[in-house]
Design a protein around this ligand. Structure first.
Ligand SMILES: [Zn+2]
Length: 233
């Protein structure tokens, strides 16, 4: 095999989900038809490289210093959702359930991987509760429009590292006057009890809620959540 092709395959294989064989297949497909797809790929990736920036407030990606979500004055600036990654932010946006702002930690604490608080966006999270920031002028929508954050939703994975990070964030913010919540763990929509693992079922039992407060509805899940599930099924 030509060295240039071999190098390209080797580099592509570093991407998650792509081993050497799938990288080889992808490269051969891209150079078909007189490099049609490859040229398109190079052009798109060059655009990403030239214009993509990390939002200086939340860590989301965008094409300016402040992302579309932080700059959107229609979003609820009282609400902040803490996520592990931009992929998790995108997942919550797809659900259309949340209209607040975000903070991307860029990972979770991990003793095995040697990830401590200093490697994550913890300090920038704390800065968002800085009193001076709360007193900014109303015109500064990008920094929260002068609105203090009053509720934090911690939306981290239900893994040991995710839950360790959750407790760390709760402790970090404990002196702030905030309502802090985390996502519920339990039975997925359409899930059958018989197929759930013991951990999920036990957590669902421990997190059981009073169904009467939802006017007889079995769950407090909005209709559009069911529609999203039906659409993706
Ligand atoms: Zn942002």
């Amino acid at each position: 095999m030509d060295i240039t092709l071999r190098n390209a395959i080797k580099t592509l294989a570093k991407l998650p989900g792509l081993g050497p064989r799938s990288s080889q297949r992808a490269i051969l497909f891209a150079i078909k038809d007189d490099f049609l797809l490859l040229d398109l790929l190079i052009s798109d990736l060059q655009c990403v490289r030239n214009s993509l920036k990390k939002c200086r407030i939340c860590g989301n990606f965008g094409t300016s210093d402040i992302c579309d979500i932080c700059g959107d004055s229609k979003r609820d600036a009282h609400l902040l959702c803490v996520v592990e990654s931009v992929a998790d932010l995108w997942a919550i946006e797809r659900s259309q359930i949340y209209r607040g702002r975000y903070h991307v930690l860029d990972g979770v604490l991990s003793a095995i991987e040697g990830v401590g608080p200093a490697q994550l966006n913890m300090q920038s999270l704390l800065r968002r509760f800085d009193d001076t920031q709360h007193q900014r002028g109303a015109g500064d929508a990008a920094e929260g429009g002068g609105t203090a954050i009053s509720e934090v939703v911690i939306a981290l994975n239900a893994t040991i590292d995710g839950q360790t990070t959750l407790h760390y964030v709760v402790n970090l913010l404990k002196d702030k006057k905030l309502k802090i919540s985390s996502l519920a763990h339990g039975i997925p929509i359409g899930g059958e009890l018989n197929y759930l693992d013991e951990g999920t079922l036990s957590t669902a039992f421990l997190d059981r809620h009073d169904v009467q407060q939802f006017n007889g509805s079995a769950h407090d899940i909005p209709d559009h959540a069911y529609q999203l599930v039906r659409r993706s099924a």
